[in-house]
Design a protein around this ligand. Structure first.
Ligand SMILES: *[C@@H]1O[C@H](CO)[C@@H](O)[C@H](O)[C@H]1NC(C)=O
Ligand SMILES: *[C@@H]1O[C@H](CO)[C@@H](O)[C@H](O)[C@H]1NC(C)=O
Length: 244
């Protein structure tokens, strides 16, 4: 528990540093942001369903890009240019995981995540596994909340090469495997859609959703120890010092 609490505070630190960074320098986007898909029609379609491969970094960044785009309208009352969109913290954090090599196969026994295959997101990376619960699930919850303007069965994510049962791939699958996480994210989007929503309460809803995603995934991937969480802490402290 102490471990988790520590994690949570590290992540809050990262999130707030990232948010601050995003609002201070509005042109500072996550890596490969411009090259990543910006609309659903950029993804392949099978039988009327968009197919997204979250084990490819740019395809996953595209998920965030679409989410940021589709939620922009609800944050417009707080600041122009989508600057105060609370979801910016997620792609910024994921971008940092990518540039710092944390999404690669940990022991370099495969090319996944290394130079020759640098967009590969390894299912053996603890960071990538945790991030799944902070990207794919929030996205599917947004779809289910009507934020994307498509029906719930129109999106499917591709499974990793192994450990398929540890993830979920579409709205109905995520509801049955991770109902608590889905519901918290849906609560966030439902509140976001209210004309009366305010920033502080939005932050609370986001925090609840973020925490449950982390708690569940940290527990579920206990067997895959992070190779260096101390480095994250150091990095975060650095970021904080630099940006605050
Ligand atoms: C598309 O739908 C048809 C009819 O439901 C089905 O037979 C086919 O297998 C589906 N194709 C794919 C790629 O899912
Ligand atoms: C969202 O994406 C559309 C299509 O790419 C674009 O025209 C629009 O300006 C974007 N909106 C925001 C707020 O980024």
């Amino acid at each position: 528990m102490a471990f988790l609490t520590c994690w949570a505070c590290v992540l809050v630190g990262c999130l707030s540093a990232s948010l601050k960074r995003a609002s201070d320098f509005s042109d500072l986007y996550p890596p490969l942001w411009k090259e990543s898909p910006g609309q659903l029609s950029d993804y392949p379609v099978e039988n009327g369903t968009y197919i997204i491969n979250p084990w490819v970094f740019s395809e996953k960044m595209g998920v965030y890009k679409i989410l940021l785009n589709k939620t922009a309208t609800y944050f417009a009352k707080f600041a122009p240019g989508n600057e105060q969109n609370l979801l910016w913290g997620l792609p910024l954090q994921h971008g940092w995981q990518y540039t710092s090599g944390r999404l690669a196969y940990p022991s370099q026994r495969t090319d996944c995540g290394y130079e020759s295959d640098h967009l590969c997101v390894s299912v053996d990376s603890w960071w990538a596994d945790l991030n799944y619960f902070l990207s794919v699930i929030p996205f599917l919850a947004a779809v289910d909340s009507g934020v994307l303007g498509i029906s719930s069965d129109q999106i499917r994510f591709l499974p990793p090469p192994k450990d398929q049962t540890r993830f979920c791939y579409d709205v109905s699958g995520c509801h049955s495997s991770f109902s608590e996480i889905m519901n918290k994210w849906i609560d966030f989007y439902q509140y976001m859609k209210l004309p009366t929503s305010n920033f502080d309460d939005l932050l609370k809803y986001l925090w609840d959703a973020h925490t449950i995603s982390l708690k569940t995934s940290v527990k579920s991937f206990e067997d895959r120890t992070p190779f260096c969480w101390v480095a994250l802490l150091a990095k975060c402290i650095n970021l904080q010092v630099h940006f605050l």
